[in-house]
Design a protein around this ligand. Sequence first.
Ligand code: NAD
Length: 275
Amino acid sequence: MKTVVITGSARGLGFEMAKQFIKNNFNVVICDILEERLEEAKNVLEKLTRKKNNVLALKCDVTLEEDLQNVMNKTLEKYKNVDIWINNAGVNQPMCPIWEVESDKINRLIDIDLKSAIIGSKIAMIQMIKQGFGQIYGIEGYGSNDAMMLGLSVYGTSKRGLTYFLDVLAKEVDEKNLPIQIGKLSPGIMITDFITHSVGDESFELPEKTKKVYNILGDYPDVIAEFLVNKMINNKKNGVRINWLSNAKASFRFMTCAFNKRDFFNKLGDGKNIK
Ligand SMILES: NC(=O)c1ccc[n+]([C@@H]2O[C@H](COP(=O)([O-])OP(=O)(O)OC[C@H]3O[C@@H](n4cnc5c(N)ncnc54)[C@H](O)[C@@H]3O)[C@@H](O)[C@H]2O)c1
């Protein structure tokens, strides 16, 4: 049985990817800083499988190297190998210009969104070189393609840096002829806690203009997770970019938005009817 490790997987995209991997018969290791949510997530995952012992939930602050190493060690103790390692944990920034962002929030964001993915990839690489196979992924976001917007300077810098890092890592893997695949997951816009919460899980109100764009281009994370996980499971290529919101899909959404009244923010029923 194959094994996947996903950081930041107590909720949002990480949790939805975990569900998809369970459905595809993987051992799933979830880890997060939110202990209660992690336990709830574990219970949900266990109900999706008839097998015993194929879900492992570990408390982990990805900014601590010893926590990430502990996730790797506990995974190996239980499942022997790691087939896929996904650096998914991420936080948003308060939507204001850089001079209004407290320095501890800047540090925390860079530690979570950029540095933890570098250290996590290093830990995964060391194991995958030993075992002779494996895939490592990171999650792109606003700024990965050089886009700029007021209020996303630090987040955008971390995601731009992450994209660069994953490209270089893929090149290093190629040059050393290693049997490992590095990839970037580009999920587009997801309707998760992330879009209305910043570092430290502080909530903020989205501007109306942004809500309009999210209603057109956004999707719930379960749909996106299914797409991404299927692609990862079938991926054999190093340096791949798995992209949910292609230019063609985005253009189609804008062209049809007058007929397709989606509203994630004033939910009708449970809101799932707009999927
Ligand atoms: N939501 C979007 O529109 C969007 C768009 C592009 C990329 N992304 C990226 O997708 C990834 C997942 O985001 P999401 O939308 O599911 O957000 P989310 O807030 O729902 O989930 C993020 C998870 O990361 C965890 N986390 C935060 N700090 C952590 C830490 N120090 N240690 C361990 N876990 C920690 C959170 O507790 C949470 O469970 C992130 O990397 C984000 O940057 C999100």
